[in-house]
Design a protein around this ligand. Structure first.
Ligand code: DGL
Length: 247
């Protein structure tokens, strides 16, 4: 089975990592629009336009499935992309919401959604979590996490000062933090340390794997996938991050 994985940049590698671990696909084509990252500060029409262009990039590969490993694209362009192809197009927001349902028994749990400005403004997580009955949802746009992750910085002083900058108003640690941008799992270790070990981090990659197994009945093929990387700029830099992140 051929699957395409699309993100604005390196963030989708966090989803790729979870998928590789489960050995669900024979052939994986990863495309990062690194020439135009970040998407999270762009408007809806631009995000949709770039997403359609990415979909066109995949056309020679005869995909059986496309995974939108980007919350920002999932928030704005999923419906449009689905009308253009006859294979399944999966988004990470659906998966993230259902993973939250599994992770939290108590609908009063305090949930913090971290995502790009565009994803937060779309209110997709907030609305869907409310539809699932969750009552205590806080959300924060933490877009500066994206460039530091693109830069390969996952810990240290810059990360600590961004945490201080974004989280200073939070009175206490929430029960769960939704990593509502696929770049953010690359900061998981630092985030887990900051929020404490009792805080559940909801990760889009693990959420997508759950969805593939449950909704598409996918099982391990017990074989390593053939992996190809493409980027709209500097594919070598994407491959370098992949080498660090996937090892
Ligand atoms: N990784 C992306 C997401 O999940 C977007 C980051 C960006 O391009 O701003 O939202």
């Amino acid at each position: 089975m051929n699957v395409g994985i699309f993100d604005s940049g390196v963030g989708g590698l966090s989803v790729l990592k979870s998928i590789l671990k489960e050995q669900l696909f024979e052939n994986i084509i990863y495309y990062g629009d690194t020439a135009r990252v970040p998407y999270g500060v762009k408007d809806k029409d631009t995000i949709i336009k770039f997403s359609i262009q990415a979909l066109n990039f995949f056309s020679p590969f005869k995909l059986d499935m496309l995974i939108i490993a980007c919350n920002t694209v999932s928030a704005y362009a999923l419906d449009e992309l689905r009308t253009r192809v006859d294979f399944p197009v999966l988004g990470v927001i659906d998966a993230g919401v259902s993973a939250t349902k599994y992770a939290l028994d108590n609908k009063d749990s305090e949930i913090l959604v971290l995502a790009t400005k565009a994803t937060i403004n779309s209110k997709q997580y907030q609305k869907r979590l409310q539809d699932e009955g969750f009552k205590n949802i806080n959300s924060l746009a933490t877009g500066l996490f994206v460039p530091i992750v693109e830069e390969g910085i996952f810990e240290g002083r810059i990360v600590d000062s961004l945490f201080e900058y974004y989280f200073k108003e939070l009175k206490k640690s929430p029960q769960a933090v939704i990593l509502g941008c696929t770049h953010f799992p690359l900061l998981s270790d630092a985030l887990q340390e900051y929020f404490g070990k009792d805080c559940k981090l909801i990760h889009s990659g693990n959420a997508i794997v759950r969805q593939l197994k449950e909704n598409f009945d996918m099982k391990s093929i017990n074989k390593e996938a053939k992996l190809s990387f493409y980027a709209s700029s500097d594919v070598q830099s994407l491959k370098n991050t992949a080498k660090i992140w996937l090892s």
